[in-house]
Design a protein around this ligand. Sequence first.
Ligand SMILES: Nc1nc2c(ncn2[C@@H]2O[C@H](COP(=O)(O)OP(=O)(O)OP(=O)(O)O)[C@@H](O)[C@H]2O)c(=O)[nH]1
Ligand SMILES: [Mg+2]
Length: 376
Amino acid sequence: MSELELRCPGCGALIQTEDKSIDGYIPKEVLIEKQSKGEEVICQRCFRIKNYNEIISNDITGEDYLKVISTIKNENALVVLIVDIFDFSGSFLPNIKRLTGQNDVVLAANKVDLLPSSVKKEKILAWIKNMCIDEGLNVCDTVLISSKKGLYIEELMDSIDRFRNGRDVYVVGSSNVGKSKLINQLLKRLHCTDLEPLTVSYAPNTTLNFIGFPLDEKTKIYDTPGVLNRHQYLRYLTKKSLKISVPQKEVKPLVYQLDSEQTLFIGGLARFDFLSGEKGGKNNVTLYFSNKLNVHRCKTQNADAFYETKLYSLLTPPFSAQENLPKFAVSEFHIRDTEKHDIVISGLGFISLRGPFYVRVYAPVMVGIYVRKAII
Ligand SMILES: Nc1nc2c(ncn2[C@@H]2O[C@H](COP(=O)(O)OP(=O)(O)OP(=O)(O)O)[C@@H](O)[C@H]2O)c(=O)[nH]1
Ligand SMILES: [Mg+2]
């Protein structure tokens, strides 16, 4: 069937009319109608995401991803690695070199619009460079961008031009970091406005295969599927909870002055016990989370009972037991120096405070909880 040759321009899946539950499905009548009118054929899932803003997730396993992405190491290309600046550790792919081989890497930290606007760009860039050194990743350039707001896209384009030396470009990164949104921005600037835009969505695993666009007569830029990091919160949230928990605009920091043995609940999604800090006095703790999430404070000694009785009512999201959020696991952090640190709850946000401190953090098992040098 000729339709088997056709790929969806939104997600890269092979177009097919046989099985609704498989990627690339489109009803046969619709396909025939579109083709007879000479219209662009996009799969039903992309149509629904684009037109009704539906959240339809898909399952790409780590192995599928590795198979697809590791073909890049056989190419002579420039790799543009996208990370989510709001979830750096959660979205960073430490094994990127294994997948992309000896190819040069330009790092683009996306979603800079989520950070408070008072934060200096240079400070963030210096912080990213240190993180790359820690992770052992050698990059030719680092650029901060916002694909959503269209910020600094030209800077990234200049960097791509400088380092690609006539080669193809592959845009890679974890799921949901904004690869497709970025390529849509690049296409606008390359005046490719007649092309169907790539499908972009809140839900992970939107792009399913490589999708190439010409950069010039000989070379292409490719969108690629993202891998879902199993430590990211995103993976465990339902559609309703995702809309509240994933920040959509600049995050306004919330400052709390905490005494020892006080607890903060971030909705019902995480719990932060401040056990002790500097001797005497109160300690400033700054929260960087979606501002749609409510924060509640209580005494640590009452926190278990509070959680038990208020989960799903005051402490939301999650909104009901049907959401099936995994049980909380506990991590403790005992910092003895006087530096500022962030406690990161991967995919959800971070809590910033100065040492010395002793804190306990609760989040679903499997969600990564890290301590790092403060980004802000
Ligand atoms: N705030 C903010 N959100 C962004 C930005 N770029 C992308 N997003 C949002 O992030 C989500 C994921 O964007 P996509 O472009 O679909 O991400 P992707 O990396 O292509 O994801 P996969 O195809 O699943 O690998 C969408 O809800 C976007 O609107 C940005 O610069 N800032
Ligand atoms: Mg995508």
